[in-house]
Design a protein around this ligand. Sequence first.
Ligand code: ATP
Length: 496
Amino acid sequence: MAPTMDTLVSLSKRRGFVFQSSEIYGGTGSCWDYGPLGVELKQNIKHAWWRDFVQSRADMVGLDASILMHPMVWKASGHLDKFTDPMVDCRECRLRFRADHVDELAWTHYCPATKGNKFTIPSGEACGHCGARRTLCPDCGKGELTPPRQFNLMFKTFMGPVEEDASVAYLRPETAQAMFVNFDNVLQSMRLKLPFGIGQAGRSFRNEITPGNFIFRTREFEQMEIEYFVNPHEKVDARPADEWWHDRWIEDCLAWFRRYGLQEENLRLREHAADELSHYSKRTVDIEFRYPIGWSELMGIANRTDFDLKQHSKFSGKSLTYFDDERKEHVVPFVVEPAMGVDRALLAFLTDAYREEEVRGEKRVVLRFHPELAPIQVAVLPLLKKREEIVKTALGIRADLAKRWRVVYDDTAAIGRLYRRQDEVGTPYCVTVDVQTVGDSGTAEAGDGRVTIRDRDSMQQIRVSVATLADVLGELLGGTPWETVAARFGPAPPPA
Ligand code: ATP
């Protein structure tokens, strides 16, 4: 069963994934802090993205631009004039809503057919008693809503010590623009040929009217964006190059999510209707994920045409073209933009990984993270923390494995509970050191130098020698299925 948002929020807090920002002061509502395990998960997602889409591709390079940019960037890009959402206010309680989201909210209703009793009615539904539909404020159920007015989502600040109009600056609402304004720098310094792309991961800020749903919509978030430049005069498979590459990027991004474990049934594509397209877009397709709040945008892949390069060229007076050697002409490249939110990707991986299972009459919560994304890859556990030799061996193994992987040592509970704790944060493998491993000096019994590896998903165990432990873990964490590796070690002992 899919987890509710409350379940994920509470697990995240309890196990150190995500905390509410400034919680001891009552919190900020729309900001969240990634705790010790959350920061690992987030780094792993960003690292996998950077490696797969930037470092391992011959047609991609990276960029890390500043958040504050010249204010003209936002004039040229259209953000100053058009980066708005329609906002309505309640005349009674003064709460504000995004006009296009009001109907998606559950609404408060004082029903005249039941002497004014108060009901909370699910979004989009009519009152079961009087048949009324929502017309008033969904929150207080009493006030009328104002007509919508446009609200600009960019955060304003001032550069330098004087707060005057001339020093107004904006926190970037997307990372994309830095890749357009650096187009020529990157092209010349790296001597690139079309098609090529620039990738960037970093913070963006939007003064969202109604942030919420945990880390799904916040005012400060991270994005991983790619601007992929193609020659609009070229054809690929008899199709215009920009259209071909657009489809290709949609496939590549979908494949990426699947590769890191998102299940097919939780992913779908949504084509933007013509009246919904942004001012710069020829076609936009969203990859949607089935979040606890329902199907919602995980990322968008837009064909931005030559809009941005032309705009920046016009406003800066600098040529932003590419010289096509074959046709002997200057062209303004078209741009395909796969734009992903890191926080939304993290929420998708967390939702998808969450399972509640029953094991021997007890509930087991397990996060089935892909081993590359799991915050902890291996937990080294001593069976008895009172036996010095066991603890020493376990600590030695932890130190050794930590040179290659994300590894922890834990001796704060009995083994069964330690396994459950690791399951709950998605650690794919536990290594247990026991009496058999080290032997018993009291009875002069020699140890067998073997430890147990326990698999998170099947809960099966194998025993391997300490000398080969790193190699076996290397295979497992490198993607060899558990069954294949376990088959070499004979029948597995019963699950723990
Ligand atoms: P939405 O329609 O949900 O507001 P958008 O279409 O405006 O999103 P884009 O401008 O396409 O979003 O931004 C690219 C990606 O950045 C989104 O797909 C999402 O993953 C992420 N993103 C955008 N806004 C936010 C936000 N307020 N909080 C968290 N992530 C966001």
